[in-house]
Design a protein around this ligand. Sequence first.
Ligand SMILES: [Zn+2]
Length: 135
Amino acid sequence: MAKTSDHHRPWAATRNGLAHQLGQIDGFLPGSVVVRHMPCGKPGCACKAEPPQLHGPYIQWTRTVEGKTVTRYLSPEQLERYKPWFDNARRLKELVAKLQIASVHALESEDRQAHTATPAPASQRSTARRGATKP
Ligand SMILES: [Zn+2]
C-alpha cells in the first residue's frame, strides 16, 4: 500500500512512530543478567572478614535454550557492550505490544467508519485524525 494513503488510515501517526522506534533496534538478547558477589570456601579469606570483601562481580547470563536453562558468565566489558541489547529485548516487547494495540484500534475505527452510511465531511475527518494521534 502507498505511504500517502496509509497516512489517512486511523492511528497512522502512532503506528508510524512505533515502527520508527522498532526500526532502530539492531539487536536484542534473550534471558536475564544477574550480577553477584559471593564468598568462597577458603578459610581465612577476605570474603570471611568483617566487613566481608566478597569475590566478584560474577555476571551470570541465564536464558532458556530448547526448554533448558543455560547460564554463562560475561565479563564486565561484555556486560557494558551488550547491555543495550538486553534493554532492547524489553523495549521490543513493549513496542510490539503497543503496535498491536494501535493496529487493533485502527481496524476497529475503520470498522466504525464503514458502519456510518456516508463518508465523513472534512471537518469530522480532521477531528478523527487528531484523536488518532493520542498514544
Ligand atoms: Zn574468599
